[in-house]
Design a protein around this ligand. Structure first.
Ligand SMILES: [Zn+2]
Length: 318
């Protein structure tokens, strides 16, 4: 199947249970005794915009926080059957600036190119600091970023930025059908030189983040489609941006994750899109992803949860 033949994803929003942006008082769920009690809350002033892949821009009170911002979306052949791990890194500076604004903080789930490769430019061109792993630290140092801009975490940290809180959650990387994944590995010392290609960017372990703006909402942001159940257990986000898995290698991924998170009021599927086509063309479903099957699993595991299939750059409030 070539690119032209790939099914185009219609630029519309699919909701279940509530309209976009509305407060979502979920009075009960169908899961009986296992269901967590729900709060009814006012709609927050925080606006969330999907940047594609697992990227988010969160705006509130004139402040901006980014998570996994990857806008350049250069071609690696990943979606055309000719993947080249030596593909050179590039950043479209005008495009990145236009969509990321003046962030004060950038959360990086892991160091693969589709999560980190626009981050060095963002940090150099703004006052933003970065929250990431030790590997992310060493890679960004190799890109010339000053260590004062880098906040190293492992998972378990609850960081107060005055007006919002970031809880760091140890996560896991997505697995392919052979239970493996591209470019595992961690760095405990700086790499030998400045990263030039996508294979110069190892995973470096994977984090998730729970971001709480003011009194809410709390948003659980994933960068890959696996998690540590014992680390996620007890988190109670209002909305979970859940990475759609590319395989069934992780046993009962959806029901275990949603149970650990207390069946959030809203689930937003992410990382189901082709991330090598221009953002302006809108989300195009990766044909290897079973997005319908994912949504069916969410409905089965959390009948009281609404599913919001996001569009690029549209503002959402939760
Ligand atoms: Zn990755």
């Amino acid at each position: 199947m070539n690119d032209e033949q790939r099914p185009r994803f219609a630029r519309r929003l699919l909701f279940r249970g509530a309209a976009a942006g509305a407060a979502v008082p979920v009075l009960s769920t169908a899961s009986g005794a296992a269901a967590a009690p729900r709060r009814t809350r006012k709609v927050s002033g925080a606006e969330f915009r999907w940047l594609g892949t697992t990227g988010w821009r969160i705006d509130f009170d004139g402040r901006t926080v980014l998570s996994d911002p990857y806008l350049t979306r250069f071609e690696t052949g990943l979606f055309t059957g000719s993947f080249n791990a030596r593909t050179k890194l590039e950043t479209n500076e005008e495009l990145v600036t236009r969509h990321t604004g003046r962030p004060e903080l950038v959360l990086v789930s892991h160091s693969h190119w589709d999560h980190i490769s626009d981050v060095p430019f963002i940090v150099r061109s703004t006052d933003a600091r970065v929250v990431g792993t030790e590997t992310t630290y060493h890679l960004l140092r190799a890109f010339g970023i000053d260590p004062s801009r880098l906040i190293v975490v492992k998972g378990g940290e609850v960081l107060d930025f005055g007006g919002y809180v970031v809880e760091v959650v140890a996560g896991r990387h997505s697995r392919n059908k052979a239970q493996g994944y591209f470019a595992p590995g961690t760095l405990h010392t700086p790499p030998s030189g400045r990263p030039e290609t996508i294979s110069d960017l190892p995973e470096g372990d994977t984090l998730a983040f729970q971001v709480t703006v003011g009194d809410g909402p709390s948003a659980f942001l994933m960068g890959a489609s696996d998690f540590s159940e014992r680390d996620a257990e007890g988190l109670r986000p209002d909305v979970a941006m859940v990475a759609v898995p590319s395989s069934t290698s992780t046993h009962r991924y959806v029901p275990r994750l949603l149970a650990a998170l207390g069946r959030p009021a809203t689930v937003v599927p992410v990382h189901w899109d082709v991330f090598e086509t221009p953002l302006k063309d809108g989300p195009r479903q990766d044909p290897t992803m079973d997005l319908d099957g994912f949504q069916a699993q969410v409905r089965a595991a959390a009948p009281g949860t609404r599913i919001l299939l996001p569009d690029y750059l549209a503002p959402y409030r939760f």
